[in-house]
Design a protein around this ligand. Structure first.
Ligand code: SF4
Length: 655
């Protein structure tokens, strides 16, 4: 650790807070100190910091200081684009300006995304093996809509200075964008690509290597840590914000899928590059897979049926023959078009081959406790065929070895200490008992005074057949008392829609339902009109930030356990149990606690906010696991008496 001559992190914080017109916050100061200590001790840190703590400043200040001290960029990773934008458009520019005079230079920062997010100049100009056939849509309206988007991207490609997809407004479909972008595996490599010198992805990466703070997302962080090639500049400190999402995002990155379309894509790409009969064998294997998947029931595939094993082996072997027929990798230096075609063929064939191998190997375990991966069949939709997917039961080992191995990691979120302890999250991250610290810096809000947590203990348990009548009556009375101003968080879209439909007839306040319009617009409408209510499901549990009188009541219909037929969580639960643990508490209750904490966190967004959280599911008051769930929530004033929240809401409505 260099002997720093820079001002201390807490003095930099107080300069920044003064310059930004804020006030000192106890939790923020504690967090700055803890982050600085973790950096000095090269020890991982998990910080739970409630809304309003000012946690981004609390980690950015010591991070910037460290970057200047070591002349090495610090990586800040987020789960959502919204937070990424907040950091890059608001927090970092203001902070950089505030600290410019105190530090050797004004802090610099850049955003870095995966290669797919940047326009590939080579593909845009020289063309590429055509992928569009795979997405041939039968609806001609969709085809022409895609055509219009393609044209718009072409026009934008001539003007853009960054090639960043997010700057293309309005956005374009994945299908249109794919014709102008490549994955990291498909990229020819800057030295071989004719457009390498002006490649947008390469320029963004070069820029990221020169700044103090690189803002990225969890997926790219995982790819960098786990892949063979580094995609982020060299760094020794990572801050993972929205860390409660890390495991899910990492799991998505390492989940693979196999379907008739992935096989057909590989066949098309390998096209005329090899002899037809060899490509035809792969095509036939793909046809077999198609027939098999169309007839099989969706869900977990715990035991490998013989016919599926044979088909996967056929896919694997015919892909391997195509790979051999393609010849050695590389070469074609003087013919970039051919190099591009071969690279694309190798990428698609590798994907098919490696996924088939991985799926077959998922069944080689001696007992349930030794199982490492789960395979499941996902039902097809009108837009895509059924597909097999394979994912690890646990990403902790990977994270421990690759992410936490040789750098300091600071993880933070408003929700990390579930049931009052960081152990559950630490276990999921693969952290053992040593080498990390957990810290809860609390919240600047006075939860017991500002919020009531009402559990409707008298209601029946939620059933499988939609919302019970008693739930609808309870929701009606609560919303009437609040005069609207309600965010309804439902455990399924079906429940949200059913409640909206039933209550629109009973209530005389405007009632919006997720899906009526873009979620962003619905939230805006909800925030702008105090009487309006908004009902919805998952993305609202975490993504709504509406301070002020438009939100006084949050209704939660049921404890948000994962669906019992969710293949990944049910397999994880069974795996924990097979190893002697409590599968329900480790997986299902932890999942529910995290979402409940996120959902209840929608109520208090600013110092003056007040209101009620109403959980209709009586299990939060009566079940044996209720202590764990309640222990994961902020310390609201609790009641099970229906009269209390109604009276409070009426008082608030009259203010
Ligand atoms: S280097 Fe890769 S991403 Fe960049 S223009 Fe060339 S092929 Fe496209």
């Amino acid at each position: 650790m260099p002997d720093s001559h820079l001002p201390s992190a807490d003095s930099l914080l107080s300069i920044a807070v003064d310059a930004l017109g804020g006030s000192e916050r106890h939790g923020q100061i504690s967090m700055v100190k803890a982050v600085q200590q973790a950096i000095d001790a090269e020890e991982h840190l998990a910080v739970q910091a409630g809304t309003g703590t000012g946690k981004s400043l609390a980690y950015l200040v010591p991070s910037i200081r460290h970057a200047m001290d070591t002349d090495t960029p610090v990586v800040v990773s987020t789960a959502t684009i919204a937070l990424q934008r907040q950091l890059v458009d608001r927090d970092l520019p203001r902070l950089a300006e505030a600290l410019a005079k105190e530090l050797p230079h004004e802090p610099t920062f850049a955003i870095l995304k995966g290669r797919r997010n940047y326009l590939c100049r080579y593909k845009a100009t020289a063309g590429w093996p055509e992928d569009d056939e795979q997405d041939q849509l039968f609806d001609p309206r969709e085809v022409s809509a895609t055509g219009r988007m393609v044209q718009r991207i072409q026009e934008w490609a001539d003007e853009t200075e960054t090639g960043d997809r997010d700057e293309l407004v309005p956005g374009v479909s994945e299908q249109a964008w794919r014709q102008f972008s490549v994955s990291a595996q498909e990229c020819l490599g800057a030295t071989r690509c004719p457009s390498g010198a002006e490649c947008f992805a390469e320029l963004a990466r070069a820029r990221a290597g020169e700044v103090d703070v690189v803002v990225t997302n969890h997926a790219l962080l995982a790819i960098d840590a786990m892949g063979d090639l580094p995609v982020l500049p060299e760094h020794d400190l990572v801050v993972v914000d929205e860390a409660h999402e890390l495991v899910d995002r990492v799991t998505s990155v390492v989940t693979s899928e196999l379907s008739e379309s992935s096989v057909a894509l590989a066949v098309r790409r390998v096209g005329r590059l090899i002899e037809q009969p060899i490509a035809d064998q792969l095509l036939e294997a793909g046809e077999d897979l198609k027939a098999l998947l169309a007839a099989a029931p969706p869900g977990r595939v715990d035991e490998l049926p013989e016919v599926l094993g044979l088909t996967l082996a056929l896919v694997r072997d015919s892909a391997a023959r195509c790979l051999t027929a393609l010849g050695p990798r590389g070469g074609d230096k003087d013919d970039p078009d051919r190099a591009g075609q071969r690279k694309a063929a190798f990428t698609a064939l590798d994907e098919v081959h490696d996924t088939a191998v991985r799926m077959l190997e998922a069944y080689g375990h001696a007992s349930e406790a030794d199982r490492a991966e789960v395979v499941w069949l996902e039902a097809g939709t009108d837009r895509r065929p059924p597909m097999l997917r394979v994912a690890p039961l646990n990403v902790g080992g990977m994270l421990r070895d690759k992410l936490f191995g040789d750098r300091t990691v600071v993880l933070t979120s408003a929700t990390l200490a579930l049931g009052g302890t960081f152990d559950g999250m630490a276990r999921q991250w693969g952290l053992g008992d040593k080498g990390w610290q957990g810290m809860d810096v609390g919240s600047p809000f006075d939860h017991p005074r500002a919020g009531i947590l009402y559990v409707a203990k008298h209601l029946p348990q939620p059933g499988r057949d939609g919302l019970p009548q008693a739930y609808l009556d309870e929701i009606t009375e609560l919303i009437e008392a609040a005069g609207g101003r309600t965010l309804g968080l439902f455990s399924s879209m079906r429940a949200a829609k059913a409640a909206t439909e039933a209550l629109r007839e009973r209530l005389d306040v405007p009632l919006l339902c997720q899906g009526d319009d873009s979620t962003m617009l619905l939230v805006k409408q909800f925030a702008e009109d105090e009487k309006t209510c908004l009902f919805g499901t998952l993305s609202l549990w975490q993504g709504v930030d509406v301070p002020g009188p438009s939100l006084r009541l949050v209704i939660i219909d049921r404890v948000p356990f994962p669906r019992p037929d969710d293949p990944l969580t049910s397999a994880r639960q069974r795996h924990v149990a097979a190893r002697g643990g409590n599968g329900f508490m480790t997986v299902a209750a932890t999942h529910a606690a995290l979402l409940l904490a996120q959902g209840t966190g929608r109520l208090l967004r600013s110092q003056d906010d007040k209101g009620v959280i109403a959980v209709l599911d009586p299990r939060l008051a009566t079940a044996r696991y209720s202590g764990f769930l309640l222990g994961s929530l902020p310390p609201f004033w609790r009641t099970t008496d229906p009269a209390v929240p109604r009276a409070a809401l009426k008082r608030l409505a009259a203010e």
